[in-house]
Design a protein around this ligand. Structure first.
Ligand SMILES: Nc1nc2c(ncn2[C@@H]2O[C@H](COP(=O)(O)OP(=O)(O)OP(=O)(O)O)[C@@H](O)[C@H]2O)c(=O)[nH]1
Ligand SMILES: [Mg+2]
Length: 385
C-alpha cells in the first residue's frame, strides 16, 4: 500500500495531481483545507490537502487500465466533496423540503376548502367569495360560511334577503362586542391610555374623543402627554388644548405624571397620550408598561391602523399585550378598500372594538361602530345577494 499527500489550491487540482501520479485506482483517504494564520492568508491563497492511497501489490497493466477504464461512478464517491460545499447544500436541501411541505399543506387545505365549498348553497358561496374578496382569511371565511349554511333551512330555498340577514348576523357574532369608553368612576376621573405603534393616529384620536366628550357631552376632560420623545410632539396636543380650553400636562417623569394625575383626579375623564412605540423595541415597551403600572388606568386602548395587514396587526397586539390591553381602536378606515383584516385580527385577539376613525378631521371623523354596519363593511361595497 502506497500513501501520499497532495497539496493544491483546490480539490480538483489536488485530485488531478493524485490521479496523474498514483493512477486511476487511487482512493482518497482524507481531505482537509489547510488553515493558515491570518498574516499568511493575506499573502497566500488557501490550499487543500488530500491523502491518497493505492494498493500497489495488485499489478494492473497500464494498457489494460487504458482499454477498460473504471466506470466513473466507482471512483467518484471516494473523492469527498469539500466540507463547506456540503454544508451549503444541506441547508439548501432542508429549505427545499420545508418549501415542499408548505406547498403540500397548502394544497391539502385548498382541497379541504373546495370540498367544504361544495356543500355550500349558491347564495352562501357568493357570501363566502365576498369575504375572500374583502381580505377575510380563507379558513375564517369558510368557518363563517359553514356556520351560515347550518343556520339556513335545508328543505326549501330561502330568499336572498333572508340569507343576507343570516350572513350579517353570523358575521356580527364573529366581531367582538363593540365597547366605547365608559365613565366608570363616580366622582373620580376615568383614566384612559391610548397606546400603539407610531403614526397610527393616537394623538388625533385623543383630540377627537376629548373634543366630543367636552363639547357634545359636557364632560370635564384633561389630557396628559407622555410623548416627549420628539420636540414637536407635545405641541400638537398643546395647540389643540389651547383652542378647546381642555387642560393639558406634558410630563417628563413618573413623578410629574403622578402630580398631573392628582391634579385632574376630580374631572370626568383623563386621556393619556403616549409616544408611538415600535412593537419591536422592548425597552420602549417596558417603559410604557411602567407608566401603566403607576397609573392603573381604567382602560388601556390599543390603536391600530387598518392599513396594516392581518399578520402585522396580530404581531403588534401580541407585543403590546403585556402592557394590559382592554380594547382596540381601528383608525384610517377611510384609507383602505377592504376591511377583512379587522375581522381576522379581532378573531385572533378577542378584544372589543371601542371606536373606528375614518378621517383626519377633529372631532368629526370618529364613531362607535355599529356591529351591523361593521359586518356590512366586511362584505365590501358591492351587492352580493
Ligand atoms: N386618513 C386618516 N388619517 C388619520 C386618521 N387618524 C389619524 N390620521 C392621520 O395620521 C397621521 C398620524 O396621526 P397622529 O395622531 O399624529 O398619530 P400618532 O399615533 O399620535 O403618531 P405618533 O405620536 O408619532 O406615534 C396624521 O396625519 C393624522 O391626521 C384617520 O382615521 N384617517
Ligand atoms: Mg402622537
Amino acid at each position: 500500500m502506497k500513501i501520499k499527500k497532495f497539496v493544491a489550491r483546490d480539490y480538483q487540482t489536488a485530485i488531478k495531481l493524485a490521479k496523474e501520479e498514483m493512477g486511476m485506482d487511487a482512493i482518497i483517504l482524507h481531505s482537509r483545507p489547510i488553515k493558515r494564520n491570518a498574516l499568511f492568508s493575506r499573502f497566500m491563497p488557501n490550499q487543500v490537502e488530500i491523502t491518497v492511497a493505492i494498493d500497489d501489490t495488485i499489478q494492473v497493466s497500464s494498457d489494460l487500465t487504458r482499454k477498460i477504464p473504471l466506470p466513473k461512478t466507482e471512483i467518484e464517491p471516494a473523492f469527498k466533496p469539500p466540507l463547506k460545499e456540503n454544508r451549503i447544500k444541506e441547508p439548501e436541501l432542508i429549505e427545499e423540503i420545508k418549501r415542499m411541505n408548505l406547498l403540500m399543506s397548502e394544497m391539502r387545505s385548498k382541497l379541504y376548502e373546495v370540498e367544504l365549498m361544495r356543500g355550500l348553497s349558491e347564495q352562501v358561496q357568493l357570501f363566502y367569495n365576498a369575504l375572500i374578496r374583502n381580505n377575510v382569511n380563507h379558513q375564517l371565511a369558510l368557518q363563517i360560511a359553514t356556520s351560515v349554511e347550518s343556520r339556513l333551512p335545508r328543505d326549501y330555498k330561502v330568499d336572498n334577503k333572508w340569507t343576507m340577514e343570516v350572513c350579517l348576523h353570523t358575521l356580527r357574532e364573529y366581531l367582538q362586542d363593540v365597547s366605547p369608553i365608559e365613565l366608570v368612576n363616580q366622582g373620580q376621573a376615568t383614566l384612559v391610555f391610548l397606546v400603539g405603534p407610531t403614526g397610527v393616529g393616537k394623538t388625533t384620536t385623543i383630540a377627537k374623543l376629548a373634543a366630543n366628550m367636552t363639547l357634545l357631552e359636557g364632560k370635564k376632560a384633561a389630557l396628559i402627554t407622555l410623548d416627549t420623545y420628539r420636540i414637536s410632539a407635545a405641541d400638537q396636543l398643546r395647540t389643540f388644548a389651547e383652542i378647546t380650553g381642555i387642560p393639558i400636562s406634558v410630563v417628563f417623569s413618573p413623578v410629574e405624571f403622578m402630580e398631573a394625575l392628582a391634579k385632574y383626579k376630580d374631572l370626568d375623564i383623563v386621556f393619556v397620550d403616549t409616544a408611538g412605540r415600535s412593537p419591536y423595541n422592548q425597552e420602549q415597551l417596558e417603559e410604557l408598561k411602567q407608566y401603566v403600572e403607576i397609573a392603573r388606568p381604567d382602560e388601556t386602548i390599543l390603536v391600530l391602523s387598518v392599513t396594516t395587514d392581518t399578520n402585522e396587526l396580530i404581531a403588534i397586539f401580541n407585543r403590546f399585550e403585556p402592557v394590559g390591553i382592554d380594547k382596540v381602536i381601528f383608525t384610517k378606515i377611510d384609507e383602505t378598500f377592504s376591511y377583512g383584516q379587522i375581522l381576522n385580527a379581532i378573531y385572533e385577539i378577542k378584544k372589543p372594538i371601542a371606536y373606528i376613525t375614518n378621517g383626519q378631521s377633529v372631532p368629526d371623523d370618529i364613531e362607535v361602530p355599529d356591529a351591523l354596519n361593521l359586518a356590512r363593511l366586511l362584505l365590501g361595497k358591492e351587492e352580493i345577494l
